[in-house]
Design a protein around this ligand. Sequence first.
Ligand SMILES: Nc1ncnc2c1ncn2[C@@H]1O[C@H](COP(=O)(O)OP(=O)(O)OP(=O)(O)O)[C@@H](O)[C@H]1O
Ligand SMILES: [Mg+2]
Length: 238
Amino acid sequence: MIEFDRVSKKYGDTAALTDFSLTAPTAQITVLMGLSGSGKTTLIRMVNKMVTPTTGSVSIDGIDVAELDAVKLRRSIGYVMQEVGLLPHKTVLDNVLLIARIAGQDTATARRNATEMLSMVGIDEQFFARFPQQLSGGQQQRVGVARALATKPNILLMDEPFGAVDPIVREDLQDELCRIQRELGLTIVFVTHDRHEALKIADQLVVLSNGGHIEQAGTPAELLAKPANDFVRKLLGL
Ligand SMILES: Nc1ncnc2c1ncn2[C@@H]1O[C@H](COP(=O)(O)OP(=O)(O)OP(=O)(O)O)[C@@H](O)[C@H]1O
Ligand SMILES: [Mg+2]
């Protein structure tokens, strides 16, 4: 369980977040949806201490992340960025393996985890020796997800991870993500602009306006049945 407790963040004079509180339950997918600049990336980066709150706290299973070592914390949490960020001069397999090695796994374990996660996201062995630019955008996104899973994290942070792929591949990736999430019992915080994606994968859907203000949070069914206001209605295309 990830808890944001009255979190605020100021960048100079800009108040990116004001008094944000939310619980992302264990083994569920929490989707953050909101306009550009509403603080979504800032929020997920607070979980792995890439951003420090100005006030308030973020805790994981009751432990304030401020008390945890940033490097260890980041190794224990999967993070998929919008720009996949694979190392261009390393093969597909090495991209995934390296992260597992950095996290302290021995060579054999890292290799086993890397191949297991690549096959889990649907990357066939024939692609292992290729370089990232020899893959399609969707395949690269899959490798990005495999890499985030290679350290066997319980928590996965995903910031618009499927933005760069076409709608059909995107549907496949969403299906696979939901399957993997159930199989591994992952706690996921997922950022998207896409309402179809949000409604499809969310256990908890959180609609944000500027300053990380929660316009509404609930299950997709709840938001669809009873949108709190025009903002929510508009964002969900109702
Ligand atoms: N390092 C920074 N320095 C100054 N301002 C920042 C910084 N990072 C973010 N901000 C500002 O904080 C606010 C929230 O930014 P954030 O990146 O969290 O939004 P977002 O919801 O992820 O937007 P997008 O959908 O465009 O990715 C914005 O006004 C942004 O300009
Ligand atoms: Mg962002």
